[in-house]
Structure formats: structure tokens, C-alpha cells
Design a protein around this ligand. Structure first.
Ligand code: HSE
Length: 306
């Protein structure tokens, strides 16, 4: 095999109370990364479509992630990389993560799979470090593994997936304004009160238990966050209005996707999901803000070869 084309899905991370530790991939939306062998030892980005991104290999997340993988193997093979992006960075849908994941998954295939999916996650995290200043795993891990993913610990890295209700639908609302993750991380508090901690731990337990026992009311009650959302919602135009539209239309819960500006709601039937989608979409349309909205299931496949 001399070349491989990989699809890596976009993701929703944090999922309310799980800042930097919860995430899941979406269906049908993601990056395509084409990687081919070279005869020399260079990494070369041939083309990036769908977003204006650096082709400088020290700055591009895909090549930063590939380099981390090659360093771990003490390998100096060269590759050409082309990336077709579905969504630009700064969307809150794990755009940089898809490129890093697709790139390391493809190179791993071309090297005859020295690493498992889970073992590839730390390399993709290096891409996140270069784009947001922190090697967070809550976008790369779900994009790589598929399914509802938990990062129980960063040091040592302990990542696993949990079951979730099959009927669970995600309504995604992406107003086309940019929120840089690096900035959205900087504005967060560095400490939280014991009171907020207690609330967060309760919600975290409630959300995971609700997902694992198909208890939609419990999922909804737990989909709140006292740490990131109160600060970040100010960066998202019409946040309160969109939330009100979703909840009026019987969303199970509503919150920010990653660091925003995308928000999402959970629903458990497609008719309700469509009502939520169109009412949230209208809020932005009415205010002259370009918006992309769609309904997706949780993707269980993760990165794969096309
Ligand atoms: N967990 C990260 C954050 C996700 O909230 O900063 C970035 O998309």
C-alpha cells in the first residue's frame, strides 16, 4: 500500500459538565486525509481545501501529530499529505482534531499498524497542543475511537467508551463566527469553588448514569456546567435565545459544543429533533448570522479508511 485515504469525524466535546474529559463523534461530518509515501524523509502538505490553514509542517496540526508518531518509532520516513476539511477551525466541532486523527491513522496504516487506535491518541493530542496550547484529548479520542468517550485521567492517559441510548439524537447549531479555542481556554477560571465542584461531580455522575441506563430525564437534568459555560456563553451570539428555542421545543438538554460557537441539544425522536433544529436555526437567520444546523446520531465507528 502506497497511499491511504482516511475519514475522521468531527466531534462534540465537554458535553456540559465534562470539560476536557467527555466527547463523542458525529455522523457524516469530518475531514478526509490522504497520505502517500515519499522516497525521501520529508513531510509535505500538498493541499488543504475547506479552510485557510498553514502548510508549514511545523505549524499544521496534522504534520505535528505525524511527527510525534514518527519520533516515537525513531522513524524518518517521508509522506505527502492532502486534507479536505469539512469545517474550519474555531467552530467548536473539533476541526483540528479531525485532521490530526486522520493523519496519524493514515500513517499508522502505511507503516503496517505499529500502534492500536488508543495508542495513536497521544500523537493526535500533540496536534491539539500546537493549535490550542493544551494537549486535550476530548476531541481526538472520540474521533479516533468512535462512541461516547471518557478521559478518566490524563496522566496516565486512561480513555474508554461507554454505552448510550440508541435513540439519542444530537441537534447541532453552528453559527458561522469564529471562537478560538486557545482564547476560550484562557478566559476560564483557574480555580473553582467547592460548591461548584460538588455540583459538577453530581452532574457528571448523573450524565454518565443517565446515558448508561437510557434515562433521558436524568441526562437532561445533568447536562449543565458551572465551570466553562457561564464564561463562554458570552462569546456565542444569541446563546440564551437559542437555548430557549431548543428547550421550548422539548430538547432533553442544551449546551455548548467544545469551546463554541457551536451549541447542541439532545433529543430522543427525529420529529422533535427537527423542530429544535429549525427553531434554533431561525434565531440566527432572523439576526442575519449565517448558520449550519443538522441532526446527527452518535457515531460509533470513529476514524476509518475510505
Ligand atoms: N475541551 C476543549 C475546550 C474542547 O473546551 O477547551 C475544545 O474544542
Amino acid at each position: 500500500m502506497n497511499e491511504v485515504r482516511v475519514f475522521a469525524p468531527n466531534t462534540i466535546s465537554n458535553v456540559g459538565c465534562g470539560y476536557d474529559v467527555l466527547g463523542f463523534p458525529l455522523e457524516g461530518l469530518g475531514d478526509e486525509v490522504l497520505v502517500s509515501r515519499r522516497n525521501d524523509s520529508s513531510l509535505v502538505i500538498k493541499e488543504i481545501t475547506g479552510a485557510d490553514l498553514p502548510i508549514n509542517t511545523e505549524k499544521n496540526v496534522a504534520t505535528v501529530a505525524i511527527q510525534a508518531l514518527l519520533n516515537a518509532l525513531d522513524e524518518n520516513k517521508g509522506f505527502n499529505i492532502s486534507i479536505k476539511k469539512s469545517i474550519p477551525p474555531g467552530s467548536g466541532l473539533g476541526s483540528s482534531a479531525c485532521s490530526s486523527v486522520g493523519a496519524v491513522y493514515a500513517v499508522n496504516e502505511l507503516l503496517n499498524k505499529p500502534f492500536s487506535r488508543k495508542e495513536l491518541v497521544p500523537f493526535a493530542m500533540e496536534g491539539e497542543r500546537s493549535s490550542s496550547g493544551q494537549a486535550h484529548a476530548d476531541n481526538v479520542a472520540p474521533s479516533m475511537l468512535g462512541g461516547f468517550t471518557i478521559i478518566r485521567s490524563y496522566n496516565p492517559l486512561d480513555i474508554f467508551t461507554i454505552p448510550f441510548p440508541e435513540e439519542l439524537l444530537t441537534v447541532v447549531i453552528y453559527p458561522k463566527v469564529e471562537v478560538k479555542t486557545e482564547y476560550a481556554k484562557k478566559i476560564l477560571p483557574t480555580e473553582i469553588s467547592l460548591k461548584d465542584g460538588i455540583q459538577q461531580w453530581g452532574n457528571m455522575a448523573g450524565l454518565i448514569s443517565g446515558l448508561m441506563s437510557n434515562d433521558f430525564d436524568r441526562i437532561g437534568r445533568s447536562l449543565t456546567d458551572s465551570v466553562a459555560v457561564p464564561v463562554r456563553k458570552k462569546l456565542i451570539p444569541h446563546y440564551d435565545e437559542v437555548e430557549e428555542a431548543a428547550m421550548k421545543n422539548r430538547a432533553i438538554g442544551f449546551t455548548i459544543s467544545g469551546s463554541g460557537p457551536t451549541t447542541f441539544a439532545f433529543a430522543n425522536d427525529s420529529e422533535t429533533a427537527e423542530k429544535i433544529r429549525s427553531s434554533c436555526h431561525s434565531v440566527y437567520e432572523k439576526n442575519g448570522i449565517e448558520v449550519l444546523s443538522f441532526v446527527s446520531k452518535i457515531n460509533t465507528q470513529g476514524a476509518h479508511i475510505l
